[in-house]
Design a protein around this ligand. Structure first.
Ligand code: SAH
Length: 234
């Protein structure tokens, strides 16, 4: 099986790259800034990428647009069978979320695409399917639930209503875009998010995020190690 692993940020991907001794693929011959690596793991051909550094702003190219472009380009070029999207996210203490938790997506929504015009309303929200985690090894430790994406790290008052109504447990900035690309390409989207900050917790998100980024990246590496073991070719 060919697997594409997409991280938004270099910092999130570093521990996983090192753990599996992924080899950098250069040059990728693309106008996009992503970094691409490859490695054979348990009989699978695994490609790992991060969105890369935006050349104008010199920060990680986070958010939906670079995520969609990168995953579309690599998934089609490399003809992958599944996209795994590990990353960091905001969790909700009102729904049992804690810093460091690992969540797998059951569905993926967009919370910033408000188009109250008949059938455009559900189109905006998206409600994309995700990989059926019932197929995974029972010994893997994870929680599950609804992910929701927008292009903002911050949370607006009325978005809390949306999160409660849709029982959102993970708020982040790429999943919806990648799940959309996967739906078009008819390949499964497997979202894996580690909680770095609590949306309904009262702390400043950017501060809490930076404090917990390293631990979350380590948790992702450990979970991915177990996940790739469970996806091994027998
Ligand atoms: N402040 C950070 C930038 C992080 S952007 C820095 O200085 O480096 C946020 C990234 O983390 C995105 O890729 C997003 O998917 C994820 N993320 C983590 N917590 C989030 C939250 N509460 N809301 C939205 N995205 C979040």
């Amino acid at each position: 099986m060919k697997i594409l692993i997409f991280f938004a940020m270099q910092e999130e991907s570093k521990k996983t790259v090192e753990h599996f001794d992924f080899k950098k693929v250069t040059p990728t011959n693309s106008p996009l800034p992503y970094e691409l690596f490859e490695q054979k793991i348990h009989g699978n051909e695994v490609f790992l990428c991060n969105a890369g550094i935006d050349s104008r702003f010199n920060v990680n190219a986070v958010g939906t647009v670079p995520a969609a472009l990168t995953v579309y380009e690599l998934a089609t070029k490399l003809n992958v069978d599944i996209v795994i999207n590990p990353g960091t996210a905001g969790g909700f203490k009102s729904r049992g979320g804690n810093i460091g938790d690992i969540y797998l997506a059951s569905k993926v929504l967009f919370h910033h695409r408000e188009i109250p015009m008949g059938p455009y309303e559900p189109y905006g929200i998206g409600t994309f399917d995700a990989y059926d985690f019932g197929q995974l090894d029972q010994s893997l430790h994870f929680k599950t639930g609804v992910f929701s994406s927008s292009d903002s790290l911050t949370c607006r008052e009325h978005e809390i209503e949306f999160f409660n109504q849709h029982q959102v447990i993970v708020k982040e900035m790429e999943a919806g875009a990648i799940a959309y690309v996967c739906e078009q390409l008819k390949i499964p989207y497997l979202g894996v998010k580690s909680i770095t900050d609590i949306v309904d917790g009262g702390r400043v998100t950017a501060e809490e995020f930076l404090e917990n980024l390293e631990t979350a990246s380590k948790n992702l590496q450990q979970f991915l190690t177990a996940l790739l073991e469970s996806l091994k070719v027998l």
